[in-house]
Structure formats: C-alpha cells, structure tokens
Design a protein around this ligand. Sequence first.
Ligand SMILES: O=C(O)c1cc(C(=O)O)oc(=O)c1
Length: 304
Amino acid sequence: MEFQKTPGWLDWYDGPSKPRFKVPAGSVDAHCHVFGPGAEFPYVPERKYTPCDASKQQLYALRDHLGFARNVVVQATCHGADNRAMVDALVHSNGKARGVATVKRSVGDAELQAMHDAGVRGVRFNFVKRLVDFTPKDELIEIANRINKLGWHVVIYFEAVDLPELWDFFTSLPTTVVVDHMGRPDVTKPVDGPEFELFVKFMREHKNVWSKVSCPERLSVAGPRALNGEQNAYRDVVPFAKRIVETFPDRVLWGTDWPHPNLKDHMPDDGLLVDFIPHIAVTPELQRKLLVDNPMRLYWPEES
Ligand SMILES: O=C(O)c1cc(C(=O)O)oc(=O)c1
C-alpha cells in the first residue's frame, strides 16, 4: 500500500553526529519506535498522522551508532493496536529489544502470550487527545489486570494539565506505571510551581510510578535545538529532568524517542540528543542507573 505523509511531516535526521558523551556499557534506549515500513506493515485507518517509514534496520543502526546496547520499542499510535511492526522488530533484534504494545479489550490470551514470548513487557495507555480516540477507563483497568498477571507494566502518556483529573485512575493501576516524558510539563512554568509539584508528588507518594526523562526536543520552548553541534541543547528542560533524576534515581528511564513522531518545528540530531544526558544525570552513578540498571531491572529482570 502507498501512503502519503501528513503534510509538513518532518523525517528523522539522517546522518546524526557521534555523541561526545559515551554512554555506559550496556545502555538501553528505553523509548523509541518503528514506523512500518508502510508497504510491509500498513498504518492503521484510525491513525491521526501518516509518518515517513522508519524501519527496524534503521533503528538498530542508530542504536549501534549512538553506542547503545539495547532498545525498548514502544508501539506508535500510527499503528494503533496492530503490533506487528513492533513485534517484528523485537524478534529480529537478537534479544536486544523488548517492547511495549497497544491492545484492546478483545485481545486474546494466546495473543498476549505470543507477544510476551516475542519480548513485550508492557502496554501503553495514551491520553493525549490529538493522538488517539478515547478508551473507557473500565476497559483499561480490565487490560491492566490481565497484563499484570504476565508481569507487564503500564506506560501512560498524558499532558500535565490533565494529571488532576486522571490522578484517581492512575493511582488505582495495579502494575508498575511508567510515565512518558515526565507527563509533558509546561517548562515555561516554574520547576517548583504547583503543576510540576503535583507530578513530583505523584512519584513520591506512589513508589510503583517511574518516569522517562526523555523528549526535551518536544518539551523545550526556548531551545537551543540539538542541531549544528549544540552541546547545551534544550536548557529550559534541564531543571525538570534533573530534578526527577536526582529525586527518584532508581525509577527513571531515558530514550531517544527516535524517529520523533509529530515533531513540527525541527528534527534533532540524535547524537546531540545523547549529549543532553550528562546535563540531567550529572554523575557516573546517576548515568548508570538511568541508562543501564533501571531499564534492565524493568525489561530484562532475568539478567539484572
Ligand atoms: O505514538 C505516537 O504517535 C507518539 C506521539 C508522540 C507525540 O506526538 O507526542 O510522542 C510519542 O512518544 C509517541
């Protein structure tokens, strides 16, 4: 099938620089995606955008180039609950990738088990309205209870303003809960203001809640962008991510977010994005926890 990209779509950055920051041995890129390729794994009719293709081979070439050892491939919304492209990436990774799926209530036990065997360890619940249609909470709870039996966790994606109304639901989830991109704070607001304090309280009071301190390129308002050799990119995001890394060093994850779905204003150089890490995890110990120990404990517990 031939797909036309959404008008204005930005393709991922070709030929990223070599990071100056050398990630520790065994580092995990714990948030990234594959798109299609559409000719092999068609994008679903209910998608909100049509991306460029971003294949497993391209993802794994990036992994090697950046110095990472493993990936966690998160189902992108353009594939809906059709997990074939993500699962295909896992089974062709030589055990170096695990995954997070999107499932519906109708998913069968055998299908869940097959995904588990392929390396899936979580499901993603998305509350960002521009990306997905609404799913009733009772359906999500039912899914959470089922996947909990497999030892999986729930990944949640939402925007900071929506945390108050989602609080009761999130805190009732029976699994480990991983928040994408720190719950998308508005970084023009103070890092110690009420909005981000609520997120910190969410993590402080609920020890099952983890956070990805990823996506400065999405959250930043003032930049500068990770382009043209910039070694100090997205400075306005640093206080937020650094605070989460230092307050909850054992419950944070980092990922490139490659191929950066829906970024509208620029595409970062992924090498420079890796150079962001030492600004938010400033000691070798924090870096090792963020990039190796924590993702290994969550995704490869049998090896950690
Ligand atoms: O699955 C996606 O479509 C998706 C989109 C976005 C975003 O548009 O913010 O971010 C993500 O991490 C993943």
